[in-house]
Design a protein around this ligand. Structure first.
Ligand code: ZN
Ligand code: ZN
Length: 320
């Protein structure tokens, strides 16, 4: 692979950010990640199984991950690639909160820092410093650069001007939303079971299956899918553009994320709400944005800059 001036060579292992102290574990994240994985494994116990639960886990990846994280946290809040009415933005943001990827301000701040320092030492989660580091490890070790107030001041002032996002930082609203979402899944199952006349024990079992699959399995799936954008899509895949870092277009990640895997395109034109730049780079999130636009619920939708598209190589694999 040709490495141009300024481009990070992936053959050289990147050092962790100087601000990281690997000996200091961020216990709140480490315990959350461990507990959610442990509970998700309960899904393998037959008592917790139901096909409705499986359907909710798969559908939930699209609803909570697709709309909450990919559309709202990423394209809307981080990059301001579109504008939707506030009530709809907050509804999407609540789906993001239910995905347990921290608050919108925190997510936005970390991701903006990633774009500013992609695959360089100050990138919070470059897989060039280790694949597992880029996937999940970066969250579990203390990084002084990611201390909330400092990072918010630099990267998320616009987000925190909004009273709703400020409340998510300063009050118990965030955990209240999370616990309420657990209750909704369990009570929906319990209620449906009782209405069907299955008896209290069977109804509670059905509610538990919706909780385990619809919440915990879904959250773990969405975590790994989001994390794979940071890890896989900075290691494997092709580049349409010489962006000076290792972002890749990875079809596997693109399928899992409904379009976020066209990550080299995204790094080339971060503001654009459309991540697929070739006709076959399917981007379901952008299709959804176009749907919102068609019914008048999205405006100021950013599309790839003409100068970016002009740089698109004619043939895949030719030098960008
Ligand atoms: Zn990236
Ligand atoms: Zn981005």
């Amino acid at each position: 692979m040709h490495v141009s001036a300024g481009q990070t060579d992936r053959a050289t292992r990147l050092q962790l950010p100087a601000s990281v102290n690997r000996r200091r574990v961020v216990w709140s994240y480490a315990i959350t990640v461990a507990v959610y994985h442990a509970i998700a494994v309960l899904a393998l116990v037959p008592w917790f199984f139901s096909w409705t639960g499986v359907a909710l886990a798969i559908g939930g990846v699209y609803v909570f991950g697709g709309l909450g994280i990919n559309l709202c946290y990423h394209r809307l809040l981080t990059h301001r690639g579109l504008v939707v009415p506030k009530w709809l933005e907050y509804a999407f943001a609540i789906l993001g909160v239910c995905s347990m990827q921290d608050t919108p301000a925190r997510w936005v701040a970390v991701h903006r820092r990633h774009h500013e320092h992609s695959d360089r030492r100050d990138d919070p989660h470059s897989p060039l410093a280790g694949f597992l580091w880029g996937h999940v490890g970066w969250m579990l070790a203390e990084n002084a650069d990611l201390v909330r107030l400092r990072i918010y001041d630099r990267y998320a002032k616009d987000i925190l001007r909004d009273p709703f996002y400020r409340r998510l930082e300063r009050t118990l609203l965030y955990p209240v939303i999370v616990v309420s979402s657990w209750a909704v899944f369990f009570l929906a199952g319990l209620g449906a079971g009782l209405l069907a006349g299955n008896g209290a024990a069977a109804a509670a079992q059905f509610g538990a299956s919706l909780l385990i699959w619809g919440v915990f399995v879904r959250i773990v799936l969405v975590w790994h899918i989001t994390w794979s954008v940071n890890s896989l899509a900075h290691v494997w895949g092709y580049q349409n553009y010489d962006t000076g870092e290792q972002s890749r277009n990875n079809w596997f990640v693109a399928i899992l994320t409904s379009g976020e895997g066209w990550h080299n395109n995204h790094h080339a034109d971060a503001r654009s709400a459309r991540h697929g730049h070739r006709w076959w780079e399917i981007d379901l999130i952008y299709a959804f944005v176009r749907g919102l636009e068609a019914v008048g619920l999205a405006k100021d939708v950013c599309r790839p800059d003409r100068r970016t598209i002009a740089r698109l190589p004619k043939r895949l694999g030719s030098t960008p």
